[in-house]
Design a protein around this ligand. Structure first.
Ligand code: ADP
Ligand code: MG
Length: 680
């Protein structure tokens, strides 16, 4: 008996192993076939030859050709990884993560081993890593520790056409390096037609073009402008779903909130109709989407169903989703805008450029003829859209970049080799701001404080807040506040059907203090006290994902604070010290209450309004600092805390004097005044 069983199980084991190998083989073959089917594949050897011949090469191929996933693998196969790492930058963190995951899968290795990624607050690499995807911002940071990129044999500046701020600064830095590191290969890869411009900039570097395969895309416009483009997008999705042949849908919206609303609406309007109209598989994708949900957009659409991807402009070029036949383009994008004269920076929903609209439409014709529904009129396409997107460097605050360049020893910023220089006014503003923050001295040189600030991967205002917290004895508390502010998505949520419960739960965190900063800390601390429980988040209408991210960021910040020698001290009830530390970084964002319940910024006299999400509901403080300005229907400020006006003079004497903070009237605003008109 025993022997039989043994033999049987041995047979069984053998069979299992054989099957496993079969599966592995077919999986491998499938991947090999997929790789070989990409438009870039026939050019593999030609491309490697060109790279060998030239130190700098511009590579142009359409989105989805295989630039990002294939070129690093080709380079590795050709042996470049024996001489150093192969780096590849991405403008977006989601793209860096998802592409690294894909390449690890193609190479059949564990993510974080030979293939890894590095994004702010998350390093998924190891000693073994030879192909490293990273955000362009992270490569900028790496320059601080390794100004010659000595550990790299190849650097790919990918998605160069996106012209993000960090990518534009990298251009100048890597161009300089190639002059003294002849062994470093530099590849600039781009999806669109700017190739000549890149070539000109990089001393006439040759251009390697991979011809695209594109199918025709029918473009349709609306007859009249849409009042509610999110609703129009939802309606269009449903129309396509019931009237058009198979094929997935890609919708371009402007941000997480909109995407979540559209997702909700789609689910609501198709509920219970599955059998009649076929399943609709809704997949969101945006910058702060948790990793486990990102993978979903790449899952094959089940038979008989249709996938709808709701995306920000991340899906314009950074991420390619197969099977898209229909594109719905709202024609809008959320963008930085900066007014150097007032120093005001804001995120603004703006029309895309013609180039971007064409990119978006092109996503429908990658594997077969497609259709693009533009939710704007043909007239507005012709007359209202700019030809090209303005590079970010020309429409953003440069505080961060100037601090970074200064700490790299680059003092002559006006003479820096920018592809498109920023307005000189913006540069001057940044210098002034860094001076007021104490990061630069009056000769424009980096101070000791500035050097410490540059070490922190945060906006200079947040860095200053962190460092200033030690003096008030509240560095533990400020680490929490900064982590919560850095989460990037809303911590509190407010379901429509439970709004009253949510409001009262949230109000509890504001008790005893006039400010969102302390409230954010209170939420975190209360959560920590429950041992980071899920139940706590559920009961208090707090996003657990955001909280977990805050915890990760906080851990990282504490590590960084140790590195720049900020002592960790705690005084959790000293709210004045907490708000003073915030003021030390954000005194630029000080505003004074007006009679009508709005606020005016102290220096520039710009009118702003409290965001409805702000917890300052009982009394409106006379003086506040705010975290950020967002423009929706009005100029709203978010993340607001009460301050004492005399702090401004005490903390930022270079910037404020006594007459700026004169306070004529006496009392605080009574409850409710000026709040009636507040809807977002
Ligand atoms: P390019 O950089 O030229 O735009 P990519 O290398 O990003 O092209 O994409 C090549 C192919 O790899 C595309 O067909 C895309 O769908 C696929 N791909 C990329 N990332 C993933 C992923 N995370 N999961 C599955 N497929 C992916
Ligand atoms: Mg790419």
């Amino acid at each position: 008996g025993e022997r039989d069983v043994d033999e049987e199980s041995e047979d069984e084991r053998e069979r299992e192993q054989r099957e496993r190998m079969e599966r592995a083989k077919t999986k491998k073959e499938k991947i090999r076939a997929e790789r070989a089917a990409l438009p870039i594949y026939p050019y593999r050897d030609e491309l490697l030859d060109a790279i060998e011949k030239h130190q700098v090469l511009i590579i142009v191929a359409e989105t989805g050709a295989g630039k990002t996933t294939q070129i690093p693998q080709y380079l590795m196969e050709a042996g470049y990884s024996n001489m150093g790492k192969i780096g590849c930058t991405q403008p977006r963190r989601v793209a860096a993560m998802s592409v690294a995951a894909r390449v690890a899968q193609e190479m059949d290795v564990k993510l974080g081993g030979e293939v890894g990624y590095s994004i702010r607050f998350e390093d998924c690499t190891s000693d073994k890593t030879v192909i490293k995807y990273m955000t362009d911002g992270m490569l900028l940071r790496e320059f601080l520790g390794e100004p010659d990129l000595a550990t790299y044999s190849v650097m790919i500046i990918d998605e160069a056409h996106e012209r993000t701020l960090s990518t534009d600064v990298l251009f100048g830095l890597v161009k300089d390096i190639t002059r003294f590191r002849e062994d470093l290969k530099l590849l600039i890869s781009s999806a669109t037609l700017d190739a000549e411009k890149f070539s000109d900039y990089f001393d006439n570097a040759p251009i390697f073009k991979v011809p695209g395969r594109r199918y025709p895309v029918d473009i349709m416009y609306t007859k009249a402008p849409e009042a509610d483009y999110v609703d129009a997008a939802v309606v269009t999705v449903l129309q396509i779903h019931v009237t058009q042949p198979t094929g997935d849908i890609l919708v371009f919206l402007t941000g997480q909130e909109e995407i979540e609303n559209a997702e909700e609406a789609l689910k609501e309007r198709t509920r219970g109709k599955g059998s009649k109209i076929g399943e609709l598989m809704v997949c969101p994708i945006y910058a702060n989407l948790p990793t486990d949900l990102q993978a979903k957009i790449f899952e094959p659409t089940p038979e008989g169903a249709r996938k709808v991807v709701l995306a920000t402009n991340i899906a314009e070029t950074s991420v390619t989703i197969d099977g898209i036949r229909y594109v719905i383009d709202t024609g809008l994008v959320k963008q930085n805008s900066y007014n150097p004269r007032s120093g005001m920076e804001q995120l603004l929903v703006t029309p895309v450029s013609k180039a971007a609209a064409q990119q978006r439409a092109g996503r429908a014709g990658r594997t077969a003829p497609g259709k693009c529904y533009r939710l704007y009129t043909a007239w507005s396409y012709e007359h209202e859209l700019e030809d090209n997107t303005i590079p970010e460097i020309q429409r953003t605050n440069l505080g961060n970049v100037v601090l970074m360049l200064k700490s790299l020893g680059i003092n002559d910023l006006v003479g820096f080799d920018f592809m498109d220089p920023p307005p000189s006014e913006t540069l001057i503003r940044a210098l002034e701001q860094l001076y007021a923050l104490g990061a630069l001295n009056d000769r424009g040189e980096l101070t000791k404080l500035g050097r410490r600030m540059a070490e922190l991967p945060l906006d200079p205002m947040l860095s200053k807040t962190l460092i200033a917290s030690e003096a008030g004895g509240v560095s533990e508390e400020i680490a929490t506040v900064c982590a919560m502010l850095s989460v990037g998505s809303a911590v509190f949520y407010r379901p429509k059907d439970k709004a009253i419960h949510a409001d009262s739960a949230h109000a509890a965190f504001h008790r005893g203090d006039v400010g969102d900063h302390v409230a954010l800390m209170n939420v975190y601390n209360a959560w920590a006290e429950t041992d980071f429980s899920q139940h706590f988040c559920y009961e208090n209408f707090v996003q657990e994902r955001a909280m977990k991210r805050a915890r990760d960021i906080r851990d990282q910040l504490v590590g960084l604070m140790e590195r720049v020698e900020v002592e960790m001290v705690s005084d959790v009830d000293n709210h004045d010290a907490i708000r003073k530390a915030v003021t030390a970084g954000f005194f630029y964002h000080a505003a004074q209450l007006q009679k009508d319940g709005s606020y005016k910024t102290v220096k520039n006299r710009q009118t702003v309004h409290l965001h409805p999400s702000s917890g300052l509901r009982e009394v409106l403080p006379r003086w506040v600092v705010y975290h950020e300005l967002v423009l929706t229907s009005k100029e709203y400020v978010r993340g607001v805390s009460e301050i004492k006006p005399e702090w401004l003079v005490e903390i930022a004497p270079h910037y404020y004097d006594k007459k700026d903070v004169r306070d004529e009237a006496g009392k605080k605003m009574p409850k409710g005044k000026g709040r009636a008109s507040m809807t977002a």
